[in-house]
Design a protein. Structure first.
Length: 248
């Protein structure tokens, strides 16, 4: 690795470690920022919910609650939302949101959950997905393509892929980078005393090996319709003339 690359890597690690330390010191004096997604108050409590859309395009959906592991391991003020969507032709997708409260540990790197569930990440890149409302803009989305071998209905080994898209959003903040989210969170807390209320949004679909690009396009069309219904934060107006292009 070249000296400049080593220097940039070292600086990033120092900022990451220093940011985490500063955040811990300031937790007792912080104010919680506004979310970058729409929320609804839960009657009789101080908590909120994230109302994901029941219908998107020709998709119908069912609500999925948090898993037992999520409830047991994440902070008590974490907000969960997850729905399972089925298109008229049988295509299936899951849309999920995890939003932090006053405890920033509600959100962690997505790799942990995927690998713990037995998925092996074989490709990582970043996409810019066109979103038409409230104005046309490009949503930065991180894409993981994963693979796993598991028994099918007859007990035979079957190899499956998953296209997993995710990003992070807070008030006036949108990024596909976990590191950028942490740096912004540190900067905002140090500068204003406000802890941004970050949400982690993920959309995924299981598919047959070799169909990952087609599956990505289906998810991109789904998100173009779904995101404006629940996400408040956006980016400056920008249009894309071509399908989403991946960058490493």
């Amino acid at each position: 690795m070249k000296p400049r690359a080593w220097a940039m890597l070292t600086l990033g690690l120092l900022l990451l470690g220093g940011g985490a330390g500063f955040l811990s010191q300031l937790e007792a004096h912080q104010r919680l920022g506004k979310p970058g997604i729409r929320v609804s108050p839960l009657p009789g409590t101080r908590r909120v919910s994230v109302p994901l859309p029941e219908r998107v395009l020709d998709y119908t959906s069912t609500n999925l609650g948090p898993t037992a592991i999520e409830v047991q391991t994440l902070p008590a003020d974490t907000t969960f939302a997850r729905r399972f969507y089925t298109a008229s032709d049988g295509f299936e997708a899951v849309l999920a949101v995890v939003m932090m409260g006053t405890d920033r540990t509600s959100i962690h790197k997505p790799e942990f959950c995927l690998e713990n569930q037995g998925w092996h990440i074989i490709q990582r890149d970043t996409l810019a997905l066109p979103v038409p409302r409230p104005h046309p803009y490009l949503l930065p989305v991180r894409r993981f393509i994963t693979t796993q071998v598991r028994p099918d209905a007859t007990g035979q080994a079957e190899r499956l892929s998953t296209v997993f898209l995710f990003w992070f959003v807070a008030d006036q903040r949108v990024t596909a980078s976990h590191l950028t989210r942490i740096l912004w969170m540190t900067w905002d807390l140090l500068r204003t005393g406000t802890l941004p209320r970050w949400a982690y949004v993920a959309c995924s679909a299981v598919c047959a090996p070799g169909t990952e690009e087609a599956t990505t396009q289906r998810l991109a069309a789904f998100l173009a319709a779904a995101v404006p219904t629940f996400q408040v934060a956006s980016l400056p107006a920008q249009t894309a003339a071509a399908p989403p292009k991946a960058t490493r």
